[in-house]
Design a protein around this ligand. Structure first.
Ligand SMILES: CSCCC(=O)C(=O)COP(=O)(O)O
Ligand SMILES: [Zn+2]
Length: 204
């Protein structure tokens, strides 16, 4: 089995145990080289992935030497790899927490501050900083969504992850381990934020 596939299979089992990819929700990818990434095929359960559930795609989202259908959201993965050559893995999940939080915020971002766990996100050394996780409107037009991400990124490069409203979270990192840490850290931070909103301590 290829090492890249094994890393995504392991990530899928763990993510499934957390309940962050119910049904066939979510999709994963890992950079293969400058021009290609290994991505999950569409419609697969992420807790039971096998090596047959992956294919290589180019950075325009086209399958390379495979008849498998790439994930419906491949274009967002490849947009991220193109925007930041340091990104080595992207994990997209559908947790209840991320989905609900993305729908109760009034603006275009989740603003996190005051949490020690912000230090789980690369480059952060204090709870005092303000961390903005941008939330995009959902659409079935992945080219349009990728263009929106490109437009926001041109003003202010995103870090660690992004939300799609009513849909889920994309978390990334320089490699699969960092992507997993960012996913877990963001999930924890989102759960805290949602609880504070429920308690009426902060606005959505
Ligand atoms: C039931 S999940 C709806 C599609 C989606 O949002 C997703 O993450 C999975 O799509 P894929 O094509 O990668 O299976
Ligand atoms: Zn999705």
């Amino acid at each position: 089995m290829s090492e890249l596939a094994r890393m995504l299979i392991d990530a899928g089992r763990w993510i499934d145990q957390q309940g962050w990819c119910p049904a066939t929700g979510g999709n994963f990818s890992i950079r293969n080289d400058e021009h290609s990434a290994l991505v999950t095929a569409s419609g697969r359960h992420k807790g039971a992935l096998t090596e047959q559930d992956f294919l290589l795609v180019d950075m325009d989202g086209n399958a390379i030497d495979s008849s498998l259908k790439p994930s419906a959201e491949t274009l967002l993965h490849t947009a991220l790899y193109t925007l930041d050559p340091q990104i080595g893995a992207v994990l997209h999940t559908h947790s209840v927490t991320a989905t609900v939080l993305s729908r109760v915020i009034s603006g275009d971002a989740v603003n996190l501050s005051g949490f020690e766990m912000q230090k789980s996100l690369a480059g952060n050394t204090t709870h005092d900083d303000l961390i903005k996780i941008y939330a995009f409107d959902n659409t079935q037009d992945m080219q349009a969504l990728a263009t929106s991400v490109n437009d926001v990124w041109a003003q202010n490069p995103l870090q660690w992850g992004l939300l799609v409203k009513g849909h889920g979270l994309y978390a990334w990192g320089k490699d699969i381990n960092e992507a997993r840490r960012h996913l877990e850290g963001l999930e924890f931070l989102f759960a805290c934020q949602l609880e504070l909103i429920r308690l009426g301590k902060i606005d959505g």
